[in-house]
Ligand binder design. Structure first.
Ligand code: FAD
Length: 402
């Protein structure tokens, strides 16, 4: 893809995180500004429209490949008033060997799970039985063994996903014949489905000039309240990227009025603190992670645990609004990541409380049944005040290619 783009004259800025969107007086998105790490200098790009494709948010949990996904696009979108959808579907947790970050879960379909004393952990499984594992982990260690794969399957597995086996080979464990301790690792919205709402087939958002693609956008249209792994995620990333790019280009041509310098940065928390009491990005991230990563809060959801977690995230947001900033470019990047993680967490828990049922990956222990009356999307948005609402479900009939 990179080669194709460069061949047609697209300039790629590597290692240049965007820090904020630029908007004109009418609130139309007109570009982005950020920091070029390798050159230690800021950049500012004005444009006829912008596509946000910054991925999802996994709260810096260290899950495989996700520490680049800190919800920066969600923060930037919220700052210009964009609407979100399905943010309650944001609590994917993957099975990992304890201490590992390799969240390849498909192969646990071949596993049996055990208590520490060797008894089989009844009901545990990689898909439907994951909450059994989570509940058991609250009080004791859990072990797994890939004992349901025969010799042929074992060979295919090694060929199919060699990186899955590296972690075992390095530790001298044969996962087919030996038991190993397992844990759960948060993947947030990366394997969730919530994100910036897209309101038409061009992946336009509710804000003029702003488009969203991939994991940054809601994926409810293709997989409802649950995704897991599998090809539909990258299919959505590629397809929505094409549609959003086309839509943004058409918007820029149609709208005509190119940004001419009369734009302002829309970023606030982490860039332009409103008070004097300093707080560091590390403090904000650690405090937010304490509310977002423990699976007793975010996976085994209950209103009695989600409400205080949201209240704590609100307080963290308030502290960050007043004192989170950075002097160097790298510090500003970290400050914005910290703000973004907190912002995503607040949208996520507010939406969770708005869905008083169990649907998709948003399982509520206090509302364990699916409620047919809630077959709708939970919408959300806002920064200092997070709001939620509902809208009737879209795409309720099978898609037909035309
Ligand atoms: C372990 C794992 C396995 C998976 N396996 C599969 C699979 O088998 N099949 C499948 O279809 N899907 C799979 N997925 C899901 C798939 O990886 C995602 O759906 C897909 O990567 C989304 O693409 P994206 O471009 O939207 O986001 P990403 O691939 O997350 O890319 C986002 C990019 O934005 C950059 N970025 C973030 N913030 C900023 C900023 N402020 N400024 C500039 N750039 C920024 C990041 O550095 C990153 O490069 C898997 C996910 C995980 C975690």
């Amino acid at each position: 893809m990179r080669a194709w783009l460069e061949r047609i004259g697209v300039r790629v800025l590597d290692h240049s995180p965007a820090l904020e969107l630029l908007v004109d007086d009418a609130g139309t998105v007109r570009g982005a500004a950020g920091y070029r790490r390798r050159e230690d200098r800021d950049y500012r790009i004005t444009a006829g429209a912008v596509v946000l494709a910054t991925g999802g948010c996994a709260f810096l949990s260290k899950a495989l490949g996700t520490n680049v996904d800190t919800g920066d696009g969600a923060l930037m979108a919220a700052e210009v008033g964009a609407r979100f959808s399905g943010m309650e579907f944001s609590n994917a947790y993957a099975i990992v060997p304890k201490g590992s970050t390799i969240t390849k879960t498909a192969y646990y379909g071949y596993a049996t799970f055990f208590h520490e004393d060797g008894r089989v952990l009844e009901g545990a499984g990689s898909t439907k039985g994951r909450s059994v594992i989570a509940r058991t982990l609250l009080t004791e260690r859990v072990f797994a063994q890939l004992d349901r794969a025969d010799a042929t399957v074992q060979e295919q597995m090694r060929l199919g996903q060699p990186n899955f086996f590296l972690q075992f080979d390095r530790r001298g464990i044969d996962p087919f014949t030996e038991r190993f301790e397992v844990d759960l690792l948060a993947e947030g919205t990366v394997r969730g489905t919530g994100g910036i709402d897209v309101i038409d087939d061009d992946c336009a958002t509710t804000v003029p000039g702003l488009y969203a693609a991939g994991d940054a956008a809601t994926r409810e249209r293709i997989c409802g309240g649950f995704t897991g792994g599998g090809s539909h995620n990258s299919a959505w990333a590629m397809s929505s990227g094409s549609w959003a790019g086309r839509g943004a280009a058409q918007f820029a041509l149609r709208d005509g009025r190119r940004a001419d310098g009369q734009v302002r940065g829309a970023g606030r928390v982490g860039l332009r603190p409103g008070g004097t009491e300093a707080v560091t990005a590390t403090d904000v991230v650690e405090a937010a992670q304490a509310e977002l990563i423990p699976f007793e809060k975010n996976y085994l959801r209950h209103g009695d645990r989600v409400r205080p977690a949201l209240a704590e995230l609100d307080a963290i947001w308030q502290r960050a609004s007043e004192g989170l900033a950075g002097r160097s470019g790298d510090e500003r990047v970290r400050a914005r990541q910290a703000a973004a993680i907190t912002a995503v967490g607040r949208l996520m828990y507010a939406s969770t409380l708005a869905r008083t049922e169990t649907r998709g990956m948003s399982k509520r222990a206090d509302h364990p049944e699916l409620d047919p009356a809630q077959h709708h999307h939970v919408l959300s948005g806002g920064l200092d005040e997070v709001w939620t609402g509902t809208t009737p479900a879209r795409n309720t009939t099978p898609a037909v290619a035309s």
